[in-house]
Design a binder for this molecule. Structure first.
Ligand SMILES: Nc1nc2c(c(=O)[nH]1)N[C@H]1C(S)=C(S)[C@@H](COP(=O)(O)O)O[C@H]1N2
Ligand SMILES: [Mo]
Length: 357
């Protein structure tokens, strides 16, 4: 079994990667202008096929170290006290295709992000009703989707440590921006784990199992920061800080290089972190040689991106803009994040080339 596959430095994107990229689209960066990403513009990551699901009679099986393995009916979930919270979700592989050598997988540049208002109900009361066994350490969540990855046939399955699963803000979610979840985002029910990279928020949620030793299923092992397949590495969990800007001016069709008029340009964007509030966003117009602080808007919610603006007096010429975020823990976006074979958490600051005329 292999969890990683790395191409030679010189190798371009393959047809297989292009097919993945066409199925799993990113959020067009101009959509950073919306507080809440319109559903069709939110990024997508689907490992296998979108399963054929129906809400009628949907239930979540319960198993493992529980006292009462009664399934949880979707009707019961939807009838429970509902909350709606804006949460920014980002794929752990965002930035992967910019690494050299390039890990072979979904080839994200920097667009694998979106923010939705998710409606759901906390998971915890259902775990309490099930009676968590004294030896339970993790909760495994399985989706209804099925396929093969790294030669391993599997349902999509991920676990959370028990204390994370018991957080008040971990939700069983059935709606996104006020609409029932669309098929591609997990209809009729998904898990939502605010602050963690997207892989933890299991879609098409079908089964919950409490286990007495750490889960080592394929997707659990796949999301680790490792040098190569033999390296045990460390688990990918929460979202590292990142800022992105709406690319200013107008784009070239093919290269998406920007063209703008000289003078005052208000740059704007969003920043987020799964470790705490954003403390600072900085912008550079000289490819990172010098940085200036952007103005932060009030944070809308603990795990939703925060808006920022920066007034740039753009002189004529070619400029390389960059933006970077720092969160309240002091973590920031390194110029050269450590390479890893899965291509995770590449938060090197965004590059936007602009010709000002
Ligand atoms: N069942 C299931 N859940 C899943 C996935 C999947 O392939 N199957 N992909 C995960 C990954 S890697 C990400 S980044 C998020 C993406 O969620 P979205 O497509 O709603 O944006 O879903 C996660 N949940
Ligand atoms: Mo992902």
């Amino acid at each position: 079994m292999s969890h990683t596959d790395v191409g030679p430095v010189s190798e371009g994107i393959s047809i297989d990667e292009l097919r993945l990229a066409a199925r799993n689209h990113g959020m067009p960066l101009e959509a950073l202008r919306y507080d809440l990403t319109p559903v069709g513009l939110h990024y997508l990551l689907i490992h296998f096929d979108i399963p054929e699901t129906e809400s009628a009679d949907w239930s979540v099986e319960l198993g493992g170290r529980v006292g009462d393995p009664r399934p949880i009916l979707l009707d019961e979930i939807v009838a429970s006290p509902a909350v709606t919270v804006p949460v920014t979700m980002e794929c752990a592989g965002n930035g992967r295709a910019l690494l050299e050598p390039r890990p072979i997988s979904q080839p994200w540049l920097d667009e694998a992000v979106g923010t939705a208002a998710w409606t759901g109900t906390p998971l915890r009361p259902f775990l309490e009703r099930a009676g968590v066994g004294p030896d339970a350490v993790e909760v495994v969540f399985a989706g209804a989707d099925h396929g093969t990855q790294g030669d391993v046939e599997q349902d999509y399955e991920r676990s959370l440590p028990l204390d994370e699963a018991m957080r008040d803000d971990v939700l069983l979610a059935w709606a996104m921006n006020g609409q029932p979840l669309p098929p591609q985002h997990g209809f009729p029910l998904r898990l939502l784990v605010p602050g963690w990279y997207g892989m933890a928020s299991v879609k098409w949620l079908r089964r919950i199992e409490l286990v007495s030793s750490p889960f080592d299923g394929f997707q659990q092992e796949a999301y680790r920061l490792r040098d190569d397949d033999d390296d045990p590495g460390t688990a990918v969990t929460r979202i590292q800080p990142r800022a992105l800007m709406v690319p200013p001016g107008d784009p070239d069709f093919l290269t998406r290089e920007r063209f703008a008029d000289a003078g005052a340009i208000r740059l704007r964007g969003r920043a987020w972190s799964g470790y705490g509030p954003i403390a600072r966003v900085e912008v550079s117009s000289d490819d990172g040689a010098t940085w200036s602080d952007a103005a932060l808007e009030p944070a809308p919610a603990p795990y939703a991106w925060v808006g920022w603006t920066f007034d740039w007096d753009a002189p004529a010429g070619r400029h390389r803009l960059r933006a970077r975020a720092t969160d309240e823990t002091g973590a920031t976006q390194p110029d050269d994040p450590p390479w890893n074979a899965g291509g995770f958490s590449n938060t090197t600051p965004q590059v936007v080339d602009v010709t000002v005329g």
